[in-house]
Design a binder for this molecule. Structure first.
Ligand SMILES: Nc1ncnc2c1ncn2[C@@H]1O[C@H](COP(=O)(O)OP(=O)(O)OP(=O)(O)O)[C@@H](O)[C@H]1O
Ligand SMILES: [Mg+2]
Length: 264
């Protein structure tokens, strides 16, 4: 296993100015993830999960602390297009077909100058289970299928890091379970480092090699649970007692995080 450090956050703080008031999104956040790791981030609404992903992707200015992505400043990594994002909403271009949407990142911005090999859009469409639907338009697809297209699109630049912000939040539970199975299969095949935000505890228990729990007021990390020993090779059967135990443990920690909210 490659032990290269993909993400290293040291004592990170991000705050926003709003109406001459400073709002601290989170403070004192330190986190490390080895290359190829699957990290899940959970926590109450407003604790700074999306902001944390944006800080890793260099989409906002950091107030204090350091962000290193593969040992480099995130701006360098962003310029080399080594990070991809998947949002809750698939955000596909409605007039482009599945294939054209997946190809899009290779047509915009500076991809040609980046000079890194990309993945073949057709292969990725197969990987996400949409072979045969290359010519479909987004409105002809279900929500789950659209999300698969956005995952294929995120992978086309062959990123080293995939940041996923509640990508399956709008889907029913069975579809979500299926896409979780698929995502793990894709992760095994690509070994991309993934940071995945969710509000679903079962999704967190199923996907994560480690689960980072954040609290609010101020946004911060309250606990990091390492599941390696309990999920060998990051595999777990959802019908097992162990799976329920992990989910309940996450719930208990998260309830503490919400308890903090009630007090503040
Ligand atoms: N661009 C912005 N300007 C001002 N404040 C912001 C901005 N983005 C986020 N915030 C604030 O930072 C805090 C963290 O927001 P963030 O969106 O990261 O939370 P979250 O954990 O992703 O929540 P949710 O689970 O609801 O998606 C919130 O208080 C939010 O209002
Ligand atoms: Mg969010």
């Amino acid at each position: 296993m490659n032990q290269e450090q993909a993400i290293e956050l040291t004592d990170l703080e991000v705050s926003f100015e709003r109406n001459a008031r400073r709002i601290t999104a989170f403070t004192g956040v330190s986190l490390r993830a080895d290359a190829g790791r699957f990290v899940v981030l959970i926590g109450p609404s407003g604790c700074g999960k999306s902001t944390l992903l944006r800080a890793i992707a260099d989409l906002l200015a950091v107030g204090a602390g350091k962000v290193h992505v593969f040992g480099k400043a995130p701006a360098q990594v962003r310029e080399a297009r080594r990070i991809s994002f998947v949002f809750q909403d698939a955000t596909l271009l409605p007039w482009r077909t599945v294939l054209e949407n997946v190809r899009l990142p290779l047509e915009v911005g500076n991809w040609r100058q980046v000079g890194r090999p990309n993945r073949k859009p057709e292969d990725l469409i197969r990987l996400v289970g949409l072979a045969g639907r290359e010519d479909a338009l987004p409105h002809e697809l279900s929500g789950g299928q659209r999300q698969r297209v956005s995952i294929a699109r995120a992978l086309v630049t062959n990123p080293d890091i995939l940041l996923m912000d509640e990508p399956f939040g709008a889907l029913d539970e069975i579809t979500r379970d299926r896409l979780n199975d698929e995502l793990l299969r894709i992760w095994r095949e690509t070994r991309t480092t993934i940071v995945f935000v969710t509000h679903s505890l079962s999704e967190a228990a199923f996907l994560g090699q480690s689960v980072v729990v954040m609290g609010v007021n101020p946004g911060r990390i309250i606990e990091e649970i390492d599941l390696d020993a309990r999920k060998p090779d990051n595999r777990i059967d959802r019908a097992t007692t162990e799976f329920f135990t992990i989910t309940s443990e996450l719930r208990a920690i998260l309830e503490r995080a919400y308890g903090d909210t009630a007090r503040s």
